[in-house]
Design a binder for this molecule. Structure first.
Ligand code: HAM
Length: 419
């Protein structure tokens, strides 16, 4: 029998990748908190209804990609495919919006979509996002986009292209949807199966079908259906972005895959990612979401970034940090008699704040040094018979390959000096 493998579309993060992940998560936390966003965590598993209502039954996510099952109590539950619906539920059900407005929160963690795995597409993937809930103003749309933009700057990731669009208010969209249906209906015979279905369920999605792109150029544009107020709002957002010196491409074909968006919608694209997987992240305003979840009408805007995709782009651009050394110091006993002293030195060095590994095995010193080198420590502390008797240690600089015999009360200071 073959050993048990990880599920398709899921992957392990080995210790060697932890530095890059820590860098992404920590930088996102830092940039979000610099803008006043505070951490929030919501459950990974939610009532299926949350996503059916929030994300929309006509979306690919709800129609084909959710991991949904009936729990032992006969209730339909779903592994969260996205974070916004859960965060809005969490914020409004605990009335956080009654304390401070807007509510600014950030989050990061695993999300699940049953998509076909390929580069940049997994079934379990990691998003980091922010949501700004309970106020509506173009300044907040700019703020949310800016947090994402400043993150890419902090990561020193170049080649990110911001795409923005306005999806208008629900009335604008109803008019636009009718115009799209009128345009596509005579072409129905030539459309792919998915798009024929979308024509009645979610006609906006026809615009980003990869197979039926040839019809998109002549399709009606959302801008021609925006009310004066929606246009003014979008113009104010664009002016704010300009003032923040954030270069944005206005893309009239940008529609997002989730139903809850109104007004501003945006995506961050990157050159190194291909085709439909070129979005490092995206977001937008969702002023109607709270109501479809049966909460009082509450506006909101946010984004989510795909961290696996950012990592692909960061590695391709050479800005992702290398693997970190497994430890700072290895303490090696030359023989078994010195093992207890080696362990004592390790404790003292850890108490001084260092990451320390001991090797008290019964191997030859050269073997121990060779295997210590694989952990890439800056220093090795070697305890031989002489040192054990005299109470000191040999401190070896692993980079310079030089070493010195050090008296007991100087060992910690000497190691700290080298590091
Ligand atoms: P989304 O565009 O569905 O938006 O997902 C955001 C990002 O998550 C994508 O741009 C992509 O980088 C990443 N992503 C999505 N699916 C996968 C996958 N199967 N494998 C790897 N990465 C993936 C949302 O989820 C919204 N909740 C964003 C939002 C927040 N809107 C307002 N607030």
């Amino acid at each position: 029998m073959a050993p048990i493998a990880a599920l398709r579309g899921t992957r392990d993060i080995p210790p060697g990748e932890s530095a890059a992940w820590r860098w992404l998560l920590e930088t996102h936390r830092r940039v979000a908190e610099a803008h006043g966003y505070r951490p929030i965590e919501t459950p990974i598993i939610e009532a299926t209804e949350l996503f059916e209502r929030g994300v929309g039954t006509g979306t690919d996510v709800v129609e084909k990609e959710m991991f949904t099952f009936v729990d032992r109590g006969g209730r339909s539950v779903t592994l969260r495919p996205e974070g916004t619906a859960g965060v809005v539920r969490a914020v409004l059900s605990s009335s956080l919006d009654q304390e401070i407005r807007p509510v600014r929160v950030h989050y990061a963690g695993p999300f699940f979509r049953n998509e076909r795995p390929q580069a940049g597409v997994q079934r379990q993937f990691t998003q980091a996002g922010i949501e700004c809930i309970a106020e509506r103003s173009p300044d907040l749309d700019v703020e949310v986009i800016e947090v994402g933009w400043r993150l890419f700057e902090a990561l020193e990731l170049r080649g990110v292209h911001l795409q923005v669009n306005s999806l208008g208010d629900p009335d604008d969209r109803t008019r636009y949807r009718a115009a799209l249906v009128a345009y596509y209906e005579p072409l129905a015979e030539q459309l792919c199966d998915d798009c024929r279905r979308r024509l009645s369920t979610n006609p906006l999605r026809l615009l980003d079908c990869k197979r039926d792109q040839r019809f998109v150029a002549d399709a009606p544009l959302i801008w021609d259906y925006l009310s004066g107020a929606s246009r003014d709002y979008f113009t104010a957002v664009q002016a704010g972005l300009e003032r923040a010196r954030i270069r944005a491409t206005v893309n009239a074909r940008l529609v997002r895959g989730l139903d809850y968006y109104t007004d501003t919608a945006f995506e961050f694209w990157h050159d190194t990612l291909q085709g439909s997987q070129n979005a490092l992240g995206g977001g937008g305003r969702y002023d109607g979401l709270a109501e479809v979840l049966e909460f009082p009408a509450t506006p909101g805007i946010g984004y989510a970034l795909g961290l696996e995709r950012i990592l692909i782009a960061a590695r391709a651009s050479g800005v992702a940090p290398d693997q970190e050394p497994a430890c700072d110091v290895v303490v090696i006993s030359v023989d078994v008699d010195a093992a207890p002293d080696a362990t004592d030195w390790a404790r003292k060095l850890r108490a001084a704040g260092l990451r320390v590994v001991t090797d008290a095995t019964d191997r030859r010193l050269d073997r121990k040094l060779r295997s210590a080198a694989k952990l890439d420590p800056r220093v090795a502390v070697i305890i031989g018979e002489d040192e054990r008797r005299a109470g000191g240690a040999v401190v070896r600089d692993m980079r310079e390959r030089s070493q010195q015999s050090v008296v007991a009360d100087q060992v910690v200071a000497t190691v700290l000096h080298l590091i």
